[in-house]
Ligand binder design. Structure first.
Ligand code: 3AM
Length: 178
């Protein structure tokens, strides 16, 4: 199974995001609203026995619920090319704390440490060869985006099946926060 840990998002937020997405960047592959999520840790292809260890470790993790506010838009680039368009997150030490605990729990299960800095975001579109000028305009036009805060009461272990159009994400287990 190909696994990742993420926050799923309430529908009210998915609707807010889908109103932001969908137009203005020709060539963007917009993520279907059902697939919006905030990745806490990408795990990748995992044999069954390790998935079980991961589930046990995540079940044992204790952290408090908190409030999450999505705000701002930005892009990731690789080799000078834009690869993703995303909505950002307001500074949130409790989110960072949760991510940290998950990282520690997964390393104890034998996963290699994640070397990349945690940059919380919700991907709106994947990009290849989009007009950079249009992208800059889009980011400028939407930079003041700020959604209403939403409560985060659980995090989720997802499996992902890669598809031609969009991946199919399945919530395998939800872990309640205190
Ligand atoms: O949360 P976003 O959409 O930024 O791109 C994948 C997606 O990111 C990312 O994990 C999230 C859930 O699928 N992802 C896919 N392969 C990856 C890899 N090898 C990866 N992240 C890190 N390393």
């Amino acid at each position: 199974m190909r696994l990742f840990v993420a926050l799923d998002l309430p529908w009210i937020l998915r609707e807010r995001l889908s109103a932001l997405a969908g137009a203005g960047v020709p060539g963007a592959r917009w993520v279907p609203p059902a697939n919006y999520h905030l990745t806490l840790r990408f795990i990748g292809e995992t044999p069954g026995h390790r998935a079980e260890d991961i589930d046990i470790a995540l079940t044992g993790l204790r952290a408090r619920g908190f409030s999450l506010t999505l705000a701002g838009v930005g892009t990731f680039t690789k080799g000078g090319r834009s690869t993703a368009l995303w909505v950002g997150v307001e500074r949130n030490p409790q989110l960072d704390h949760l991510q940290n605990k998950i990282e520690t729990a997964l390393q104890r299960c034998g996963l290699e440490p994640e070397r990349r800095r945690f940059q919380p975001h919700v991907t709106l579109a994947r990009l290849d060869n989009v007009a950079e000028g249009k992208l800059v305009s889009y980011v400028q036009a939407h930079n003041l985006f700020r959604a209403e805060p939403v409560p985060v009461e659980h995090f989720t272990l997802f499996s992902s099946q890669l598809g031609k159009e969009a991946s199919v994400y399945t919530a395998e287990v939800e872990y309640e926060l205190g």
